[in-house]
Ligand binder design. Sequence first.
Ligand SMILES: [Zn+2]
Length: 227
Amino acid sequence: MRKRRLCADQEDADQSLVKRQSLSTKPTSAFVLNPNFKAAHQLHNWCIQNEEVIRTLPSPLETHVRNITTPSPKVDKIISINSIPSSPDAKMYWVKATMSITSLDQSFWYMSCNNCYKSINAKYQTVFNCFHCKKKEVIAEPRVKFQVELKDNSGSIMATIFQDHAEKFFSISSTDLMKHTTQDGKVSNDALPKLNVPEYHIIQLKPRQYRFHWTSNASTCHHISEQ
Ligand SMILES: [Zn+2]
């Protein structure tokens, strides 16, 4: 693929904004920081002059959070909570439900490998070789995980909600939770997530893969769609 040069002048820079072009890298790509040539100086000056505009652009995090929602399924795919089978089943189910935290006696987050998200025993931002995914030099990062009760007119079911959905719908961040966790593993009251999401959301439940048993609280909120 032909590579586009990095905004050689003001006009190019404007165009790249309008066309929403982005740069990508290959494993062999290298970055040069603060390169000393004319086009780079022009781009640097342009960024300084347009600082306010650049600040209004969505951050990569915001874009990521927006992208976690999926289109709603067809109405006939949504079932009532009481019709979710209680026997082992590999299917995913869509329900339309409210969400709430019914127990504060849970840890709300865990330290994880930033590649495979498996739980690990390491301090925040420790670089290590993960024995789960075998990737080298991964970083220990907190990840949100807690139990929520999903409720509709037919009944309720417990499910686990993870990182992106939890942060978005319960207005918290994994690092805030971690910073406000006491020695005994409790999150201090003023840093708790909000307890209720009273609006109805269409939620896809994915049964967790337990080898020997499957219980009604072993589901994960896999996708949550905007109404
Ligand atoms: Zn890993």
